[in-house]
Structure formats: structure tokens, C-alpha cells
Design a protein around this ligand. Structure first.
Ligand SMILES: [Ca+2]
Length: 343
């Protein structure tokens, strides 16, 4: 049974009520497996491996507003607080606010976005630290909020008493550690941006629909760019054919697995990029390389490459196409790209 008090629309979690929350959520519950998509890849029976992908279902908007009456950790009777936030079950590095030097009642008003994969089990963890120039930073306190307390697209303010530990009920933890105020909004991805249109055939088809442009909703706001490199056909190396694909976007580089001795690799791998704005003027570069281990060295060659303009993806929500590879005789690559927004 979840217990929490509301005071003028503010959810106030206190030491007494926190145990109830954590009992209810099973303390940092792992992501439930129903949302995990698994499939087996085959490549002529020679290569097969499992790929597991947790499908993102929305974005958690977090505003770290302020903290009040924080502990004094420094010699001068003050602290230099900052907040670290992270979602349970997520391996991304934690996000953090700026450091407010010599301030026990800091005001941040800083905003963050986190990808949500399972709002029924995930928990946001907030930790307040005292920055120090030298040595480890002291933790001033921490708290959690289970996302299941949030209604989609509704902003809630939480005032949280800071605690010492991740585990509750510590009788020695009697110290008043102050509190932190945050605002949370869970924005699920739009259902219709996941809807599958019939895959377009035709190589490098320029056909595009701008119907959604009139709605104006897909052209602003944060979202998730998902790139699925399905496979390639007729890729032909001069010296070897052990193809893997490299996806480059805004300085990030991601690679599929390398498959051995095939001209028709099937990777079926998905890569995700969380963006603050729609990638209206961006391109994504996909290159197919082949690699062979030589005697004491690796020999690499490019089997073809391609730049895909993302404007159409933003307008249509999705593309699913085969493209001719440049610098390749007959090589083609099958790519699916989705842009999913929360607006
Ligand atoms: Ca300090």
C-alpha cells in the first residue's frame, strides 16, 4: 500500500512514508522482462546470436528545483551541493546538476530528460553530494521516486526528505538532512509514431509524405532516433567479406557485429540516440566495412557507404528502405529509421 501525503498539490515524501514506497516497488526492481524483445539472427546457419533490446516507451522530464537545509560538510560551515540523478535498470551514466558553491539552500531549476523503458517498475534515484576540490565527494542524502506514481503527461512536484541510505529503517539515521524539491513529468511516446506503415520497396525511393507536417507536432521537442540496420546484399570485398556496419551520427559511432564470409549479412541490430530536438538538418552515415585478422595485424576495407538525410524521417516518423551503397558495385543496405516524439 503506497502512502503519501499531498499538501496543496505537492507530494511530500517523508522518512516515515518512504519505506512504504520501497516495499511497494521491491527496492530498485529490475526492468520487467515482458518489455524485452529477443530474437535470433541467422546467417546461413553459420552465425547466429541473440540481441536483446529494451524498447523505450517514453521520456521522463526531471526538473531539479531546489534543496533546503542541507548538511554542512565543509570547514566553513557550508557545502557545495550538486544532484546526481539516474533511473534504475539503466546503464547510462548518471546526469548531474551544476555545483552550487557554498550554499545550503541551493536553487537549481535545471531540467533533464531520461529514457523510460518500464514506468511500472523503474525508479528515479536522486543523490545530493557535496563537491570538494580534493578527495571523494560526500553524499548529503538521497531519495527515490517510483515512476508509477506519475500519470502520463502530468507534472507533479515532489518534496523529498533526504535520507542517508538506499536501504530504509536504519535506526542510526536520525539526522535531519534537509529536503529536495523536484518536478517530474512522464511523457510516453506517441502511439502513432510506432505504427508501422507498409515498408517501402524501391531502392533509394525519394517518395515521402509530408502529411504530418501540417500537424506541427513532430517538428519540435525531444525524441528518440532509432536506427535499425537490418542487413546488406551483394556487398563484395576485394580481399575478404566479413562485413559489419558502422553508424555515425553527431560524432557518435556505433557498430554491428562482424559476420564472417558473407555477401548478404543480416545484422538486425538497433541503435538509439536520444535527442533534444528533431534531427531536421542532420544526416546519418552508414558504412559497411570488412575486416580480417592477418598475421599480427588487421586488414580492413570499405564495402560501401551511404548518407541518409533525416528530414524525411522526422516528417514521416519512419523510413524502412533499401538503399544502394556508394562505392560498391551492386551492394545494397536495408535500414529502418524511426523518430519517436513525446509531443
Ligand atoms: Ca565541499
Amino acid at each position: 500500500m503506497l502512502k503519501f501525503k499531498t499538501e496543496g498539490g505537492v507530494y511530500r515524501l517523508t522518512k516515515g512514508t518512504t519505506q512504504g514506497f520501497l516495499d511497494a516497488i521491491g527496492n530498485m526492481a529490475p526492468l520487467n522482462d515482458n518489455n524485452t524483445k529477443k530474437w535470433r539472427q541467422h546467417d546461413g546457419g553459420k552465425n547466429s546470436h541473440r540481441v536483446a533490446i529494451n524498447k523505450p516507451v517514453g521520456i521522463l522530464h526531471v526538473k531539479v528545483v531546489r534543496a533546503h537545509k542541507l548538511l554542512k560538510m565543509d570547514f566553513l560551515g557550508t557545502s557545495d551541493p550538486y544532484v546526481k540523478l539516474s533511473l534504475s535498470g539503466e546503464s547510462f551514466p548518471a546526469k548531474r546538476t551544476t555545483i552550487k558553491k557554498r550554499n545550503l539552500n541551493p536553487v537549481w531549476n535545471e531540467k533533464f530528460k531520461l529514457i523510460v523503458k518500464d514506468p511500472s517498475s523503474q525508479v528515479i534515484q536522486l543523490e545530493v553530494f557535496d563537491w570538494d576540490k580534493v578527495g571523494a565527494h560526500d553524499r548529503l542524502g538521497m531519495q527515490f521516486v517510483p515512476l508509477k506514481l506519475l500519470k502520463p503527461n502530468e507534472t507533479k512536484e515532489f518534496k523529498l526528505d533526504l535520507l542517508k541510505h538506499t536501504f530504509m529503517g536504519d535506526p542510526t539515521d536520525k539526522k535531519q538532512r534537509g529536503n529536495i524539491v523536484i518536478e517530474l513529468t512522464y511523457a510516453p511516446f506517441r502511439e502513432d509514431t510506432f505504427k508501422v506503415e507498409s515498408p517501402r520497396s524501391g531502392l533509394g525511393s525519394k517518395e515521402s509524405s509530408f502529411e504530418r507536417l501540417s500537424e506541427g507536432v513532430v517538428l519540435s521537442g525531444a525524441g528518440l532516433l532509432s536506427v535499425i540496420v537490418q542487413g546488406a546484399e551483394d556487398v563484395d570485398g576485394v580481399r575478404h567479406n566479413n562485413p559489419y556496419a558502422v553508424v555515425r551520427f553527431r560524432g557518435e559511432k556505433k557498430k554491428t557485429k562482424k559476420l564472417k564470409k558473407t555477401r548478404n549479412p543480416l545484422w538486425n541490430e538497433e541503435f538509439q540516440f536520444m535527442l533534444e530536438e528533431p534531427p531536421l538538418n542532420d544526416k546519418i552515415r552508414i558504412q559497411v566495412n570488412s575486416r580480417r585478422k592477418g598475421i599480427g595485424f588487421y586488414s580492413k576495407e570499405c564495402l560501401g557507404k551511404l548518407d541518409i538525410n533525416l528530414t524525411d524521417v522526422v516528417h514521416n516518423g519512419r523510413i524502412n528502405q533499401k538503399y544502394h551503397l556508394l562505392n560498391s558495385k551492386n551492394g545494397k543496405i536495408h535500414v529502418e529509421i524511426k523518430w519517436t516524439t513525446t509531443c
